[in-house]
Design a protein around this ligand. Structure first.
Ligand SMILES: Cc1cc2nc3c(=O)[nH]c(=O)nc-3n(C[C@H](O)[C@H](O)[C@H](O)COP(=O)(O)O)c2cc1C
Length: 170
């Protein structure tokens, strides 16, 4: 798909059908995440693919926002692998994982797969439920699937501020 079409077509899907996402599409989505840039090329993202009933039930314990998605990705990063910027005030972990997650949602749209970025959960609680190692921090959860019949973008999808409100040429 044309990049502009991908950006335009993507929306946050909040009701999924039971149809599972094809394995090759999941691989294509993960591959787009693999190619994302990271600070110092450290690639500290760690991605978990959840599809079994048991795994999805664990997501449902942590958030009401799975919306029936048959695949969920959990994007985390290894806190021991981040780059700490000069001055020591911040590190690359959350931003690198965010770039990876953005590649994932755009690649999903390119594959015709619907998605929703989910942050409505306690990351420590979810990490505990999933049994992640202590050195990993969860950034986000990504619902993946196909929109249920009649589901589509919410009205706020069309509501974006004009550039004049968010951009200033200095
Ligand atoms: C960082 C981030 C966190 C979000 N967290 C949630 C969430 O926890 N639950 C949810 O239903 N939607 C969540 N969303 C989806 C937003 O509500 C949605 O992107 C926004 O309303 C714009 O709609 P659109 O993506 O269809 O254009 C999140 C989106 C972003 C970017």
């Amino acid at each position: 798909m044309e990049f502009k079409e991908v950006v335009k077509n993507r929306y946050s899907c909040k009701k999924y059908s039971e149809k599972q996402v094809e394995a090759e599409k999941i691989t294509a989505i993960l591959e787009a995440g693999r190619l994302a840039p990271t600070a110092k090329n450290l690639q500290e993202q760690r991605i978990y693919v959840l599809q079994s009933a048991d795994a999805l039930a664990k997501i449902d314990q942590a958030t009401p926002c799975r919306y029936g998605a048959p695949t969920v990705l959990v994007v985390a990063f290894d806190k021991n692998e981040v780059f700490t910027y000069p001055g020591g005030k911040r590190d690359s972990g959350a931003e690198d994982a965010t770039i990876v997650a953005t590649h994932l949602i755009l690649a999903a749209a390119d594959e015709g797969v619907d998605s929703c970025w989910i942050n409505y959960f306690d990351p420590d609680k979810l990490a505990g439920i999933l049994g992640l190692p202590e050195n990993e921090e969860i950034l986000m959860v990504l619902d993946l699937g196909y929109a249920a019949d009649g589901a589509g973008p919410l009205p706020n999808h069309e509501s974006r501020k004009p550039l004049s409100e968010t951009v200033k040429y200095l």
